[in-house]
Design a protein. Structure first.
Length: 233
């Protein structure tokens, strides 16, 4: 907000703020100062994510019916937890691993399908290794009419993570975090599309911001497009 008051363009990391109220305050401050505001959801500019978006928009799997997200992760050791205090300290991060990590997946789905308008969710702390919840389940509906569901557990005995977009004539599976091949399944066959990440994953987004500031296009991650936290309980 001090940067906005000084007339400087503002780029903030995600999560954008500790809660929804702070997010709206940042947006209002930048709007009042007439400076641009971006949030660091850099996956909106990475080639492999744009390839997923292109597959959806080109009709590769027909009309989209729903999207499923799964993330299961081993409970960190006590020593590992000591090295990541801010991610699991709500006073510093606003929440735990879900709050800090899963926003990348939800933001990309927002980028492809538009905003989520209805959510039903449950959350709990089952592993008791730290204060925030380590398990979340959710069902939701996009304003566009597409349905979604998610299950995230950070106290499991194995590691697995993927998103799957289900269409009328096929499905697409991809990872939010690992540059593994995109899997396009249709007509009983599976095609793997391997697109690696650039050496510096933030670079495409930062370049798009530089281009916008120089009058050469628009960055795809303005704060008013990216999802913002609605609170944390």
């Amino acid at each position: 907000m001090r940067c906005a008051a000084a007339g400087k363009p503002v780029y903030v990391e995600k999560p954008m703020a500790m809660n929804h109220v702070q997010c709206t305050e940042i947006i209002a401050a930048c709007r009042s100062a007439q400076v641009p505001l971006w949030v660091g959801y850099y996956r909106r500019t990475l080639p492999r994510f744009l390839a997923v978006k292109d597959l959806v928009e080109s009709g590769a799997i027909g009309d989209v019916r729903m999207v499923i997200t799964r993330q299961f992760q081993r409970l960190p050791s006590a020593e590992h937890i000591k090295t990541l205090p801010w991610r699991i300290n709500p006073a510093l991060s606003g929440g735990g691993f879900f709050f800090e990590m899963v926003c990348h997946a939800l933001d990309f789905l927002d980028f492809v399908f538009g905003p989520i308008e209805t959510v039903r969710a449950f959350a709990n702390n089952q592993g008791k290794a730290y204060h925030p919840e380590d398990i979340v389940t959710a069902s939701y509906r996009f304003a566009s009419g597409i349905y979604g569901s998610g299950a995230w557990c950070f106290a499991a005995d194995f590691d697995e993570e993927y998103n799957e977009i289900i269409g009328a004539s096929g499905r697409i599976r991809f990872s939010t975090y690992a540059p593994v091949p995109i899997r396009l399944c249709r007509g009983g066959t599976t095609e793997e599309i391997l697109i690696g990440d650039p050496p510096h994953v933030h670079q495409p987004m930062i370049q798009s911001i530089v281009n916008e500031l120089n009058g050469g296009g628009r960055c795809q991650a303005p704060a008013t497009a990216a999802p913002v936290p609605r609170g944390y309980g």
